[in-house]
Design a protein around this ligand. Structure first.
Ligand code: GRF
Length: 211
């Protein structure tokens, strides 16, 4: 990453990291004026770590295995957040539930992207492909993307942004996932930019995006 911007983010992920890539691309295209301080994964082999390294972004494997327990892992993540003076922690396919420790330290400064419409299609077990599978099983005509603040419950924090995706008659979970992912890649960098511009305001569980 070339330029240094004062607003700093970090990304946690567990898998392929296409959302991370969308963030990196937006930064490199000059559309997202933030610095990506580090990427961490609970999975040593997550391809998202590779993506980060290709762009010279510090990338760490931090898990209960490497740090003794989930609490130990979160302490290390928080240490890095402080060291890099990170403003916003972005979960992008991070499959571990964060404990109250990190959520309290970073209250209203952790966001997550979910490949479905919350609060209806979320919660324990309803992540990634399971969401699309459920949408197809239920015969829903609309799915979408939700970006929300992270609190102590799965997929529960205040909603920041949502965008619908129409379900086609011939969709299966894979084809739907593909179209939802395209919207994720557009919406996540946008929302991060709103944070960086100081446009996000929270009042009584409701989020407003100021002009
Ligand atoms: C995305 O669908 C995201 O909404 C969900 O996990 C998936 C991560 O995909 N939380 P990727 O690793 O960014 O490709």
């Amino acid at each position: 990453m070339s330029e240094e911007y004062p607003y700093r983010i970090a990304v946690l992920l567990s898998g392929g990291g296409t959302n991370l890539q969308a963030i990196i691309d937006s930064i490199e295209l000059g559309k997202l004026p933030v610095s990506l301080a580090f990427v961490a994964s609970n999975k040593a082999k997550a391809y998202g770590l590779e993506r980060a390294r290709k762009h010279a972004i510090p990338a760490y494997h931090i898990s209960a295995k490497t740090h003794g327990s989930q609490h130990g892992a979160e302490q290390e993540i928080y240490r890095l957040i402080q060291e890099h003076q990170v403003h916003l922690l972005c979960l992008a396919g991070y499959l571990k539930k964060l404990s109250p420790f990190l959520i309290t330290k970073m209250r209203h400064r952790i966001i997550n992207i979910h490949p479905g419409i919350l609060p209806f299609l979320g919660g324990k077990g309803l992540y990634g492909h399971h969401v699309h599978q459920r949408v197809i099983e239920l015969g829903m005509k609309i799915s979408g993307v939700t970006i929300h603040l992270v609190d102590e419950e799965y997929d529960h924090g205040p909603i920041i942004a949502q965008e619908g995706v129409a379900v086609a008659d011939n969709d299966d979970a894979d084809s739907l996932a593909e179209r939802v992912l395209k919207v994720e890649h557009k919406l996540y960098p946008q929302v991060i930019n709103y944070f960086a511009q100081g446009k996000i305001r929270l009042e009584a569980r409701r989020i407003y995006i100021d002009d």
